[in-house]
Design a protein around this ligand. Sequence first.
Ligand code: PLP
Length: 632
Amino acid sequence: ASLYKIDGWGDPYFSVNASGNVAVRPHGEATLPHQEIDLTKVVKKATEAKGSGGLGLQLPLIVRFPDVLKNRVESLQGAFDFAIESQGYESHYQGVYPVKCNQDRFIVEDVVEFGLRYRFGLEAGSKAELLLAMSCLCKGSPDGFLICNGYKDAEYVSLALVARRLELNTVIVLEQEEEIELVVDISRKIGVRPVIGMRAKLRTKHAGHFGSTSGEKGKFGLTTAQVLRVAKRLETEGMLGCLQLLHFHIGSQIPSTALLADGVGEAAQIYCELVRLGAGMRVIDVGGGLGVDYDGSRSPNSDNSVGYGVQEYAAAVVQAIRLACDRKFVKHPIICSESGRALISHHSVLIFEAVSATKGASPAVPPLEFFMESLAEDARSDYFNIRAAAIREDYEMCMLYANQLKNRCVDQFKEGSLGLEHLASVDSLCELLGKATGSLDQVRTYHVNLSVFTSVPDFWGIGQQFPIVPIHKLDQRPMVKGILSDLTCDSDGKIDKFITGESSLMLHELEGGGGGGGGYYLGMFLGGAYQEALGGMHNLFGGPSVVRVAQSDGPHGFAVTRAVQGVSCGEVLRAMQHEPEMMFETLRHRAEECGGGDCAAALVGGLARSFHNMPYLSATNTAAAAMFVGCG
Ligand code: PLP
């Protein structure tokens, strides 16, 4: 566990059990020992054939733990409740979940359900997200906010006003100054009095990767002059009372509470000024940014970590608002936050399999003598120099001559004076010497049944690192340094940076054969936010299978409450405008022309299965291949 720093990033949800498997603690600290879920057992249940009591799902697999999500909602609420109580703050906290982090229906529905007693709401940033939030909040708390962020057109504003008409607690947050005209105009036409918020562009700048759009020159929000103009405009329209919320968002992964307090303090001053100008202010919305400690270091100096926990975050927010408001004798506002990453990252684990690995350096002693006479003079003297240096135990010179020999042999091969066997012998000799002298980079490549572009886009796009750990064998010391190479034919489709700070990961030897059945399972943790919505379809690898797993007191300690096979070949093709049914028909005709009789039926059956199966490697989906046997 210490090798993978599980105690740091995994606490309180992930640990290693006595069998050497990753155990999930679904209720965090409140989890009793018998409630721990062995992740390997979940994978077994999900992937074993239906006839053997499994669900027959193909990897990769996302395992979601709604209990963890519930615990995150409760922890966030608990942290604010505690800060509010202990600091004598005279209002309350009411969070919203920004659906952009993961719009999966069941995640959003879970957040709404778990947040019902806390008046939890949703945040939307586009028209599609707004429709989703509107329908989900019909089952939520009537007080829960529906925060409408993002750039808006007339249709967006109209929808938001309709949401108010439907008695959802909707706030239209102005992202640009011009949006005020749409709101004033459309609200009159529809006859709905809006509740308006403004997104302020703060001077406080977050220096990390995620803060590149913050600060005075940031992409989003209204400048001080624009804030004033909007307030004046609303006053002229007799609508200043509609302006009730001030929002800002410094950026995701805010590194320290010092920076947080600085930003919140600045926003709280703007809030107080708007109160002075006569706006109907009630709410301060501190945006997202509550960080996740991906590498477990608790360091404010890394994009993969932050220097605080949920408790400290809440305490800093409450204190900064309280101090600013008390100084100006302003009534304490309701505090809203749009924490996304911190809410949902932990509850999803992505499981994938290593299907093969490059071989370790264990070459046979190369019979180099047999082609000595084919070697050019200088290459031959390199060979004798290698032997002499080896006898002197001068390993540095040994490798120097070996590399020289290799380069000369490659030149000779290109000229045509050496054969493939010769070149292979030289390669083996160099590999052997490298291993013997310890100068060979012994990092091996593990081929994993995954697409980095589909499932870990933030690693590819912005170099973000997630904890990756074998989910079993953790009672055996891993002896191989490896990098992970995915299924796509793209040099970027690899993971070679890890939260340990190393460019390789310690892994175990593979036992199984290739072809999709390596039997060595790895988990990528804390990837519940952003990865699914950002993921692409490079090489037409679609989304993984998904199971939802709840803690239960039954014999296995868990129950799978929902299981969905990942995106099929037919579905990914459809997403690129192909029509799988027509494609199948075309192939069926061709098969009937070419095959005839039983053979055509087998070809057609096999093709149908291939459209239905996922594009990832599979050792168990052998039915399609079996149907083609004998049709040659
Ligand atoms: N609110 C806004 C306006 C955002 O742009 C974002 C994401 O960047 C969030 C909330 C969620 O941020 P986080 O996931 O860091 O909590």
